[in-house]
Write a protein that binds this ligand. Structure first.
Ligand SMILES: Cc1cc2nc3c(=O)[nH]c(=O)nc-3n(C[C@H](O)[C@H](O)[C@H](O)COP(=O)(O)O)c2cc1C
Length: 234
């Protein structure tokens, strides 16, 4: 694995991808991300890590323009209100809504967790017993995450790892993206329940992401703190 040249090429590819990626406000709505490329981006989410390997997220890919419009009124971060455009909702090639699993799925000993350990992770029963005990201790004692909102937010934290991996994968493929939290959570939850048939006792939206090809380059260069400002070494 990895000669010096390969390693340098990899560094360059990563640097280029991270500089290329920016929060795209308006996409070229005439350009579509190819299925093979989008499936690669989805695969990045599928292979992302999660606490105890429980994968507490689901993705909705919303391609129907009518369905996207249901979010427009209360999604100020994606409706173009700030720049007089159709926004990410109206221009993205692919639009994803991340659902975080609530406490119904993610509290220790839930039906979802038992099924996941048995049928997805294919663990033997004695390992499942061990995992149940460790997971309960983690939730109740180590991290103290017990209420519905706390557990749902813990799921969301993990969904954001999948989101990050998807955006980096997209950038490596020359595909633009934008993460979106600019929406009213309660209204989005209602839309998902009423118009998408989502069981919102189990799944609630936590973040959205748009993918496609930029209409124009960003108006400003990236601004970031320096590594020295960000990192403390001991
Ligand atoms: C969790 C999260 C939520 C965000 N929500 C929005 C949003 O609703 N609308 C938007 O246009 N940008 C959104 N952004 C983009 C950020 O504003 C952007 O990443 C940041 O200003 C840095 O700029 P850059 O990504 O172009 O480097 C969000 C970013 C993150 C990580």
């Amino acid at each position: 694995m990895g000669s010096t040249i390969d390693n340098q090429a990899m560094h360059q590819a990563l640097q280029t991808a991270f500089e290329f990626r920016h929060a795209t406000k308006v996409f070229d709505d005439t350009k579509k991300v190819a299925d093979a490329d989008f499936n690669r981006i989805l695969e990045a989410a599928r292979l992302s890590p999660s606490s105890f390997g429980m994968e507490p997220w689901n993705l909705l890919v919303v391609q129907s323009p009518e369905k996207r419009e249901l979010f427009r009124e209360f999604s100020w971060g994606a409706n173009g209100a700030f720049n007089g455009s159709k926004g990410q909702l109206g221009t993205a090639s692919h639009f994803v809504i991340f659902l975080a699993h609530t406490d119904v799925n993610m509290r220790h000993n839930s039906e979802y967790l038992q099924n996941h350990m048995k049928n997805v992770k294919q663990l033997p029963s004695e390992v499942i017993d061990f995992m149940n005990t460790a997971y309960q201790k983690f939730q109740e004692h180590d991290f103290g995450i017990e209420g519905r909102r706390q557990i749902t937010d813990w799921s969301a934290k993990q969904a954001y790892i999948a989101l990050g991996n998807m955006m980096t994968s997209a950038a490596l493929l020359g595909i633009d993206s934008c993460p979106i939290e600019g929406f009213e959570l309660d209204k989005a939850t209602d839309v998902l329940k009423t118009h998408f048939g989502i069981d919102t006792e189990r799944y609630v939206p936590c973040v959205m992401a748009a993918f496609g090809y930029r209409l124009e380059d960003p108006s400003r260069d990236k601004t970031r703190r320096t590594l020295e400002q960000m990192v403390t070494w001991f």
